[in-house]
Ligand binder design. Structure first.
Ligand code: SAM
Length: 272
């Protein structure tokens, strides 16, 4: 911890709140994230937001290759110093949101794992992008705000369950591997975090995913409305046709979207 603070101070680094810069200071936690991510010696890792490079250097020790995208050019000298002994770690100074899928593929290939202590402002778009992209990673291990983690693993019908839960479950199995108190970061943020791993699966590979995703979005569009009402607006169906599809799929006409799990959405999609 003091080593990192020294390197940051020596390079006159100033934290930029805009980029969600809260660095992990606990070395045991850094090692634990590498373990949670299941990184092996033949793995290629895509990291988003290396910050001071403390997680990056540990990933590099465990993996064959690490490519990290960092938006903040001011971290260049810090990363150079921290990663001096990690020749298999490459940092690309770019906003990951502006990097194309093709560029990522040429950097990490088609078989890679994603690991990130994500800046909170891009958590959901980054998770959804990599879960749904053509060249998806084998697994995603991310530090996220505790509330986001709770949503990702929520049971159908619970208050935390939402469109993102079902959309993620369509592609992978999410689990919280550890809760991380806010004091583990520098500067200390005002929320607690957790590490979530999503292991991709192919259980629904033969299904019409675009239709299922549209259905999921529709089901949660207005939480107070019944599923039938939400479906009839999203799919331009009469209320009667929406109710027919719902009952044929085996659900009550009065069902609400938030009670359906992903398998239920897959089944319902076949009747619309
Ligand atoms: N990985 C480091 C750690 O665990 O200590 C830093 C994590 S910090 C929460 C998030 C990092 O993501 C910061 O270094 C920030 O500059 C970077 N970042 C923020 N937005 C980004 C973006 N759009 N593309 C790439 N990096 C980004």
């Amino acid at each position: 911890m003091s080593e990192i603070k020294d390197v940051l101070a020596k390079n006159s680094f100033r934290f930029n709140k805009r980029f969600g810069q809260n660095f992990i200071t606990d070395t045991n936690l850094l090692d634990a994230i590498v373990t949670d991510a299941g990184i092996n010696a033949d793995d290629t890792v895509l990291e988003i937001g290396p910050g001071a490079g403390t997680l990056t250097s540990r990933l590099a020790r465990a993996a064959k290759k690490v490519v990290a995208y960092e938006i903040d050019e001011n971290l260049r000298p810090v990363l150079k110093e921290i990663l001096a002994d990690s020749p298999n770690a490459e940092v690309v100074f770019k906003d990951v949101c502006k990097v194309t899928d093709a560029e990522i593929e040429s950097a990490v290939g088609r078989n890679y794992k994603l690991v990130a202590n994500l800046p909170y402002y891009i958590t959901t778009p980054v998770i959804m992008r990599f879960i749904e992209c053509d060249n998806r990673p084998a697994s995603i291990t991310v530090m996220v705000q505790k509330e986001v983690g709770d949503r990702l693993v929520a049971a159908a019908g619970s208050a935390e369950y939402g469109a993102i839960t079902a959309a993620v479950r369509l592609e992978g199995d999410a689990a919280i591997t550890r809760i991380v108190p806010r004091r583990m970061f520098y500067p200390v943020p005002n929320v607690d975090s957790c590490v979530v791993t999503v292991t991709m699966h192919d259980r629904f590979s033969g299904e019409d995913k675009e239709k299922i995703k549209k259905l999921i979005r529709a089901a949660f569009a207005m939480r107070r409305k019944t599923l039938a009402n939400n479906l009839s607006s999203a799919f331009s169906l009469s209320k009667e046709d929406a109710v027919n599809a719902i009952t044929k799929a085996g659900f009550l006409a009065t069902a609400r979207g938030e009670t359906l799990d992903v398998e239920d959405f897959v089944r319902l999609s076949k009747f619309i």
